[in-house]
Design a protein around this ligand. Sequence first.
Ligand SMILES: Cc1ncc(COP(=O)(O)O)c(C=O)c1O
Length: 404
Amino acid sequence: MESSKRWDWYREHTPAARESVYLNAGWSGPMTDVVSGAMHAYLDAELMAGPTRRDHFDKRVAMREAYRENAAKVLGAPVDGVTITSNTTDGLNVVLSGLPLNEGDRVLSTTIEHPSGTVPLYWTRERAATEVEWLKLTAEDSNAAIVDRFASRIDRRTRLVLLSHISFATGQLLPLREIAEVAHRAGAQVLVDGAQTAGHLPLDMEAMGADFYAIPMHKWMCGPSGLGALYIRPELIPMVQPQRTSGRGAESWDYEGGFVPAHADIKKFETGTLSTVSVAGANAAIEQYLESGPEAVFNRVIELTRHAETRFAKIPGFELASPAREEARTGLFAFRLDGIDALLAAPQLQRNHRIVCRSVRTENAIRLSLHVYNNEADIEAAAAAVEALLRDGLEESPDAGPAD
Ligand SMILES: Cc1ncc(COP(=O)(O)O)c(C=O)c1O
């Protein structure tokens, strides 16, 4: 299907994108009716068969492994390096709690991280007495300046670099490959928070130099919540100790103390029973994304962001919080309005104008996520709503939007 027709298809099959101006995939993306249809079909099948009737159960197992293969395709990774998680945070925790970090080891992170990276990292510091440093990054920093800043702070004691591939606050795309090269030269490993990337831009673990990379299904992939994936470079799997495990964590064991740990098996991180209905939805969402083509999706999203930059620049008091540089631009479009509290403005845009978006406290910014089911008319509607808000002023409201 030609690209423009594909985006029309998405819109037609994404009811939430017609019910409101849905600009919030960076928080949670809306499903197509194909994704929800796959979930319903699964539930109907289970209703009749029961969860463990042999034929149905075999399907559940096959779906689980198909999910691993699908997630591997999204990540651009070998399937034996992909473990199934519940979300991004879960994946980050697997690595931060399982790496053999010791007192005196250093971890380098950044000031653009989401609490889902930063707070587990603080717990790692509590547990292992590692030193942690947060590099200050801003949306104005060029890629070259960012790489230099990493290079100046990575030393022989730096064991790990933790960074977001895309900043949740400004949408800034970080130069992962170059940062990973600097880290690897010093012997450090790289853990990537990919919450904002899967379903948004093409990924390739080897080319990008990621050692660990965590993604969700419910954001840009527009799948169900409760499912994610974590890539671990296969040769590093034995190094990471599972803090939670299951029968999958043993090659063999008995009741007399005999235990052979499955050190090198990525499945050692997986605990009991998965929600197969979520797996059904995630498989459909990934297939839909791969069919559209990751390059084509990213190109379309960038086209929408450029359009938004031009349109919003006409609004008095508008200030772009996202980077407008080609190298760092993504589908997250964040902006400030002179004299306006974004925490009040974002819910008002939704209440009065059906614009579903969010605020970002740290930037005092309103953030729009522009995805392929959106179009130029959505951007016009959002810009007109912002103009109306500036005209009418902020309302007093108890609904102050999400906490970061
Ligand atoms: C950069 C980043 N990291 C982590 C998270 C948390 O993601 P999840 O709910 O998949 O754990 C988010 C969610 O907004 C995010 O934007």
